[in-house]
Ligand binder design. Structure first.
Ligand SMILES: Cc1cc2nc3c(=O)[nH]c(=O)nc-3n(C[C@H](O)[C@H](O)[C@H](O)COP(=O)(O)O)c2cc1C
Ligand SMILES: C=C(O[C@@H]1CC(C(=O)O)=C[C@@H](OP(=O)(O)O)[C@H]1O)C(=O)O
Length: 389
């Protein structure tokens, strides 16, 4: 089975669940590997009250024994503690006195198109699944992918370089990404972090919300993951799809794509040089991807997240029960979730890279994958990463 995952779960339902398939046997996998990323996703200045209720922890339901994967699907569950407050409103069983339907769709959320598409009279039926609570399950899947990639020396990090009008140089942010966990906004520059927090406070005071931009960096990828041979295999396209699938992410950039569009070729391509006897690049403007394949340089993917749509300064809408003009539905919400989105971005990049890694090196057992990987690295004259090194 090809590496990938499926999720289920409503935001205020009993739990978020994920099944990761195609995980090779023999991979060390502990609950703490997953819990670390779940906690990183919960952090971030600008989150609403929900994160005070939740304490996301994984429970393995299948695929792992005594700390190692079995080659069977890895099933994981993360309980929604908030369900205790929603048992009546979100009960899977029929209830005697159902809650009144919500009929004030929010511009910018999935509400209106979701109600039209599925024929719902209550927008709760839409918002429960369109909520980014589902990304808990994605981050759990990403942690499994990350564990696999770590065995081969691939490290994935992220940094926030813009929140609303406050920004720092993206390349500098990417270079400091491994330090971003220290900042409440995942920005490696402490001074810019403070200004970003002030920007979030100002938006919140104005009963508004903010978006921003983040960058994900994957270091240590061998050259040749993905392929130019079929459009579906192109890794840049697969990364873009995975990152744009994150709630509220509306744009993706591979390397310096938009800047490159304004420059001449000689200022854009990454020249090939010999470095210590092996092939390398004089720069990494193309984000480590050429011809839909990794080229051995760090993979750099940036993303733009639009502002959160549920705001206290409620926007105009139409009440679907009366047809009258009204103000949009408002409930507890984040005022900025860009730091969390960056962690989700890491997870999505990890999943795509793990899938491409297993396509290249095959195998359903970690040992066999290692043999194939080492043989390939030897052919290229590159040093293979060993986990005990
Ligand atoms: C981590 C995270 C937290 C979010 N929190 C909220 C929120 O509290 N309120 C809200 O309206 N939207 C929030 N969003 C955005 C919505 O989930 C998103 O706008 C919605 O699913 C509609 O999809 P679209 O914006 O991609 O079109 C959040 C997104 C992410 C990634
Ligand atoms: C629950 C999470 O994010 C939620 C994403 C979200 C949305 O509309 O996307 C709306 C909010 O839901 P609630 O009304 O329950 O507070 C966020 O808190 C989470 O990230 O764990």
């Amino acid at each position: 089975m090809r590496f990938g995952f499926s999720t289920a779960g409503e935001s205020h339902g009993p739990a978020e669940v994920v099944i990761v398939h195609g995980v090779p046997a023999g991979l060390r996998l502990l609950a703490e590997d997953v819990d670390r990323d779940l906690a990183r996703r919960q952090a971030g200045y600008g989150r609403g009250g929900r994160q005070k209720i939740e304490r996301d922890r994984v429970e393995f339901l299948g695929g792992v024994r005594h700390g190692y994967t079995l080659g069977s699907p890895v099933a994981m569950l993360v309980r929604n503690r908030d369900y205790a407050n929603w048992e009546h409103r979100m009960n899977p069983a029929p209830v005697e006195d159902p809650p009144a339907p919500i009929t004030l769709p929010r511009p910018g959320h999935a509400d209106l198109a979701g109600m039209q598409k599925y024929g719902f009279g209550d927008l709760r039926n839409v918002l429960e699944r369109s909520s980014a609570r589902e990304t808990v399950a994605r981050v759990a899947a990403g942690a499994v992918a990350r564990r696999l990639l770590e065995e081969f020396g691939v490290r994935i990090s992220s940094a926030v370089y813009r929140i609303g009008g406050v920004a720092m140089d993206r390349a500098l942010a990417a270079a400091g990404a491994e330090k971003a966990d220290r900042s409440e906004v995942r920005c490696p520059d402490p001074e810019v972090s403070e200004r970003m927090k002030a920007e979030i406070d100002a938006a919140r005071r104005a009963r508004d919300a903010l978006g921003g931009e983040f960058v994900v960096v994957a270091e240590g990828c061998p050259p040749g993951l993905g392929s130019y041979a079929d459009w579906r295999d192109r890794l840049d396209a697969r990364l873009a799809r995975a990152v744009v699938s994150i709630n509220a992410v509306k744009g993706v950039e591979i390397g310096d794509a938009f800047e490159a569009a304004r420059r001449r070729s000689s200022e854009v391509q990454d020249e090939i040089v010999r470095r210590g006897g092996v092939l390398g690049r004089a720069s990494n403007r193309l984000g480590g991807l050429e011809g839909g394949m990794t080229n051995g340089e760090p993979v750099v993917v940036a993303a733009a997240m639009k502002p959160i749509s549920t705001i206290a300064r409620a926007l105009r809408t139409v009440d679907l029960s009366t047809g009258e003009e009204a103000r949009a539905f408002r409930e507890r919400a984040d005022s900025c979730a860009v730091p969390a989105a960056a962690v989700i971005g890491e997870a999505m990049v990890a999943v795509v890279l793990a899938e491409a890694f297993l396509e290249k090196f095959g195998g359903d057992a970690l040992e066999d994958i290692r043999t194939s990987y080492e043989h390939y690295m030897q052919r290229l004259g590159l040093s293979a990463h060993r986990p005990d090194a």
